[in-house]
Design a protein around this ligand. Sequence first.
Ligand code: FE2
Ligand code: FE2
Ligand code: FE2
Length: 167
Amino acid sequence: MSKTTNNLKDAFAGESQANRKYLAFAKKADAEGYHQVAKLFRAAAESETIHALYHFNVMKGVSSTADNLKAAMEGEAYEHTTMYPGFIAEAEKEGMKDAVIGFKAANAVEIIHDKKFGEAAVAVKAGKDQPTRKLYVCPICGNVHEDEPPAACAICGAKGNTWKEIL
Ligand code: FE2
Ligand code: FE2
Ligand code: FE2
């Protein structure tokens, strides 16, 4: 791998993380009453997304939707078969309860992502989009549900009326 290929990977990872970090910082600034500082964090978060996507395109990270779904499924499968099971075992051994809860919830959602991407891959392989349906995401664990939110999240128990519709 050339130095720049490696640097693009690192830059993409760093900028992606900075985006989420700044959004979390913006939320805190709003909660503390620093609304203009919150806005600055959100502006910087937006900038980092632009940087991340530029690097990702240079890396040729985006392919056809059929190939992107394959890549997405590989990533999800790695997470729920290898990464999270290992992380959960280590967190349990170290008694880091909050980490265990978060890893387990994420692991359960990655299984659902894997399955849903698989369903999408079948449609795209046939050259079709999926049928139009509503999609909702649980605000606590990230669980995904079609058509309407469940009464309570099957993974974390969050009430359906708190779920966010994805447009
Ligand atoms: Fe940046
Ligand atoms: Fe996922
Ligand atoms: Fe949930």
